[in-house]
Design a protein around this ligand. Structure first.
Ligand SMILES: Nc1nc2c(ncn2[C@@H]2O[C@H](COP(=O)(O)OP(=O)(O)OP(=O)(O)O)[C@@H](O)[C@H]2O)c(=O)[nH]1
Ligand SMILES: [Mg+2]
Length: 301
């Protein structure tokens, strides 16, 4: 199967030559998308593309953000397998054969999970990553350690279904979640994550806050209508339980006796029902999605 590497680059003059040199031997096609850089990214990418048939160079006249740069790259790709990486030398190219192997074995998406040397991941990203990964594991019923990784491979045929809307950092996470939610097989390959070459464009506070902020909206957007209804009912049950519980605690502390002795029990029952119902719905949704995917496969062959 033909492999296409898509590399978004924004002011990466320092890391770009190393990226080309490193990845060249591992893929059949490289698409570099210059996302309106102000440095010499244009000159370097143009030069490499003119000397090498494998490299296609595309340029955004203005900066549109990483998700748009990746989408432009995909539009110009001709491979059966898409591989995304950053142009900052953080992701080692040597894992590509393993990614391709996993896809050939039946995976739909392979994530390069940054589990070794996580100190090279900015602190806010690390915290966000842990929260996202736990939530995704729960919401998608699929164990995912690094939903946010920028290093991933997927079958080109599934990309249109995973074409999520996002302005920045949350793009990869949303895509991972959509894939898992749709019942695609998402697997992880543990990778080393190196220190970036060149200046980071991330602002730990602004981008960290944005990312944490995007967690509830991502979960909401990626939920089906039925799941959204269940979430709302659960929130209602949970809040009611909390209200009864807090009222009982307040009464016990302030007055010393409970006017309604069954309130604490009611609180526990409501909260546990909400949690059980949520887990049950998520498991049901997971099973239904997987069965749909199996049915699609059976119809195909
Ligand atoms: N930040 C940022 N990156 C972009 C943009 N457009 C393309 N990119 C590229 O997307 C990749 C990821 O961006 P990075 O700035 O490395 O962000 P990161 O990998 O989350 O964090 P650091 O490597 O620690 O800076 C790099 O190859 C960038 O050059 C953009 O508008 N903003
Ligand atoms: Mg990076």
């Amino acid at each position: 199967m033909k492999t296409t590497l898509v590399v978004p680059a924004y002011n990466e003059e320092e890391a770009l030559p190393k990226t080309f040199e490193e990845y060249m031997e591992y893929v059949d096609e490289i698409i570099i998308v210059n996302d309106g850089s102000q440095d010499n990214t244009d000159g370097i990418a143009r030069d490499y593309a003119s000397k090498n048939d494998k490299i296609k160079y595309i340029k955004h006249d203005t900066n549109r953000g990483k998700p748009e740069a990746l989408k432009t790259g995909v539009e110009h790709s001709t491979g059966d397998i898409l591989i995304f990486t950053d142009a900052d030398c953080t992701y080692p190219a040597r894992y590509i054969p393993e990614f391709v192997k996993r896809i050939n074995m039946g995976a739909d998406m392979v994530l390069g999970a940054r589990v070794f040397n996580t100190t090279n991941i900015p602190r806010f990203n690390r915290i966000g990553n842990i929260i996202f990964s736990l939530l995704i594991t729960y919401f998608c019923y699929t164990r995912i350690m690094d939903a946010q990784t920028g290093y991933r491979a997927m079958r080109t045929s599934i990309f249109p279904e995973l074409d999520v809307t996002a302005k920045n950092l949350e793009y990869e996470t949303k895509m991972t979640m959509r894939a898992a939610k749709l019942g695609y097989s998402v697997v992880e390959v543990p990778i080393e994550y190196r220190k970036r070459v060149g200046k980071s464009k991330l602002n730990p506070f602004r981008d960290g806050f944005r990312m944490l902020n995007s967690i509830p909206s991502t979960i909401w957007q990626e939920s089906t209508f039925i799941l959204k209804s269940v979430i709302l009912i659960n929130i209602l049950l949970f809040c009611l339980g909390l209200l009864f519980g807090l009222y009982s605690i307040y009464e016990k502390l302030a007055v010393g006796v409970l006017s309604h002795e069954y309130y604490p029990l009611l609180a526990v029952v409501l909260i546990l029902t909400a949690m059980q119902l949520m887990s049950f719905s998520l498991i049901m949704e997971f099973i239904v999605n997987k069965l749909n995917k199996i049915e699609d496969l059976v119809k195909k062959y």
